[in-house]
Design a protein around this ligand. Structure first.
Ligand SMILES: Nc1ncnc2c1ncn2[C@@H]1O[C@H](COP(=O)(O)OP(=O)(O)O)[C@@H](O)[C@H]1O
Ligand SMILES: [Mg+2]
Length: 348
């Protein structure tokens, strides 16, 4: 057999044995290397009571880029969990579409695609007590994904994988025989993380994963998530209600108010050049480590009426500088542009 024949033969074999999943074909990055994993396109999400829909999130346009930690921040009730649940298809969307690796995953999808998504996307919940089945022991809980997706050769292999994961999240293999209620909140969250990470997802929705935990252990759990993200090269949608948490962990941050993204840019830029008054109010609530400065700090309160939007000048999300989006009407857009111009002039 000549070399080319051999190559073709191997190639054919590869194609036959590989059985690519619907989403495992990662599309080539688009122009300029732009590579979104998740795309929300004009998405509306609401909850139906009878035939009446209460709209929670309007016209959401958001890309989450491969490998990033995207922080979604806003006060309680702003629709953050709703966005996360729509992404993992627990809540249906009522308008627009959601893409994953360029494939539509909203609306009706095939069973094969749905199954694949369950492996690729995992969720870490706010309340680990509520999300862990208390009648199952830790071994069972952490192994669930391995079983569902046949990700082990034999019992010995499974146990080894599970024990390794326990150590990895700072728990001991002996803990496997115990039940969730025997653990502290922080330990339960570690179990939740182990359960999600063991199937090596591509994408994580972490919905306020440290909000219910003791302040003293928050940083550890945050670090754990960050470590996994790096190691598995995951993309993360990290939901939080205050900026101090996401500042530390996020590459980019989107600020959401009443179901609308009001500002979106890199974590660094958001702190350096916040434009929207709601972002400023969230920033004013971030604790400052210096107690003297902290005691003099003023909390800025956001009043949505302050915009005085009129029907002939309604707000939309605009890219005001590269990668920095703000919700504004034409009048505000002018003002924000002035602010940026001034700051640049000051620097020169
Ligand atoms: N299952 C549901 N049925 C009806 N309304 C809901 C449901 N879940 C959330 N909501 C409403 O949607 C709004 C946004 O909630 P949520 O997405 O949980 O906000 P957040 O996570 O930012 O606190 C709230 O007003 C909430 O009452
Ligand atoms: Mg929530």
């Amino acid at each position: 057999m000549n070399k080319l024949d051999h190559q073709l033969n191997t190639l054919e074999k590869e194609v036959k044995t590989k059985k690519p999943g619907l989403l495992s074909h990662v599309p080539k990055p688009r122009e300029g290397g732009y590579d979104p994993v998740v795309e929300f396109k004009n998405v509306q999400i609401g909850y139906k009571r009878g035939n009446v829909e209460r709209v929670i999130v309007r016209d959401l346009n958001l890309d989450i880029i491969r490998g990033e930690i995207f922080g979604l921040v806003g006060e309680s009730g702003s629709g953050k969990t709703t966005v996360g649940r729509a992404l993992i298809r627990v809540v249906p969307i009522s308008k627009g579409e959601v893409l994953y690796n360029g494939v539509r995953i909203s609306g009706k999808i095939s069973r094969a695609l749905s199954r694949e998504l369950k492996q690729k996307m995992q969720m870490i919940f706010q309340d680990p007590s509520a999300s862990l089945n208390d009648r199952a022991n830790v071994d069972y809980i952490v192994s669930e994904g391995l079983r569902a997706f046949h990700m082990y050769k034999n019992e010995e292999d499974r146990l080894e994988t599970v024990e390794e994961m326990m150590r990895r999240v700072g728990l001991r293999p002996e803990h496997l025989k115990r039940y969730p209620h025997e653990f502290s909140g922080g330990q339960r969250q570690r179990i939740g993380i182990a359960r999600s990470m063991i199937i090596r997802p591509e994408f994580i929705v972490a919905d306020e994963p440290i909000s219910a935990l003791d302040v003293s252990i928050r940083a550890q759990v945050l670090n754990l998530i960050k470590e996994f993200q790096k190691e598995l090269n995951m993309t993360v949608l990290f939901i939080a209600h205050d900026l101090s948490v996401v500042k530390y962990i996020s590459d980019r941050i989107g600020v959401i108010y009443n179901g609308n993204i009001v500002e979106l840019t890199s974590a660094e830029r958001l702190f350096e050049m916040p434009l929207h008054p709601y972002t400023k109010s969230l920033l004013s609530a971030v604790p400052i480590p210096d107690p003297r400065v902290e005691s003099k700090k003023k909390i800025v309160v956001y009043h949505p009426q302050m915009h005085q939007y009129t029907s002939d000048d309604m707000p939309a999300l605009y890219e005001i500088e590269p990668g920095h989006f703000v919700r504004a009407n034409q009048k505000e857009l002018k003002e924000y542009k002035e602010v940026i111009k001034k700051a640049q002039g000051g620097k020169a």
